[in-house]
Design a protein around this ligand. Structure first.
Ligand SMILES: CC(C)(COP(=O)(O)OP(=O)(O)OC[C@H]1O[C@@H](n2cnc3c(N)ncnc32)[C@H](O)[C@@H]1OP(=O)(O)O)[C@@H](O)C(=O)NCCC(=O)NCCS
Length: 141
């Protein structure tokens, strides 16, 4: 098992992983071009796990200089429960800390009980009840 930074060449395999992972929602931002722009904006932060040459887990990691933002944490179903998500989180937070970013957020859908159970089980993470997220998208008004 190896953890390494995601590169543009990983896009097809990652798309396949995300598509077969219930609970992950693909957006226009997951197309190749925006994916590459995201990686270039956040060099070396997003990580994947390879097992026997196959990509089996991913985590997209970005930051705005103050806070880190994690997305697309996914572990292929047959490979769950082996610490891969924990390894990806550890790597991401260590790399963010090297950049001076000590606090990070992840947005979890209310109707994703399995994802919520995972985050509830992470001792260093606190579910927030004091915040509501408001979102907009250009062209939606
Ligand atoms: C959530 C997910 C990434 C966890 O992957 P994983 O490789 O099984 O996680 P790990 O093996 O690294 O587990 C790390 C810790 O979390 C716990 N954990 C893992 N999944 C859990 C779950 N569904 N409920 C409660 N605890 C969980 C493990 O027991 C482990 O704790 P331990 O070290 O004390 O034993 C995986 O189930 C997944 O891809 N789910 C679908 C996509 C998704 O929902 N992603 C999250 C989007 S926000």
């Amino acid at each position: 098992m190896s953890v390494r930074p995601i590169t543009p060449a990983d896009h097809p395999a990652l798309l396949a992983l995300w598509r077969r992972t219930p609970g992950l929602q693909l957006r226009a931002e997951d197309d190749f071009e925006p994916f590459c722009i995201y990686l270039a904006r956040n060099p070396g932060l997003s990580q994947l796990v390879e097992l026997d040459g196959r990509i089996v887990a991913s985590l997209l990691v970005g930051h705005d200089g103050r806070r880190g933002y994690l997305q697309h944490l996914a572990v292929d179903e047959p490979c769950r429960g082996r610490g891969f998500a924990r390894a990806l989180l550890g790597e991401a937070l260590a790399r963010l800390a090297q950049l001076g970013v000590d606090k990070s957020h992840v947005f979890v859908l209310r109707d994703a009980p399995q994802a919520q159970a995972f985050w509830e089980a992470q001792a260093d993470w606190e579910g927030r009840s004091d915040i509501r997220v408001y979102s907009t998208r250009r062209g939606s008004e």
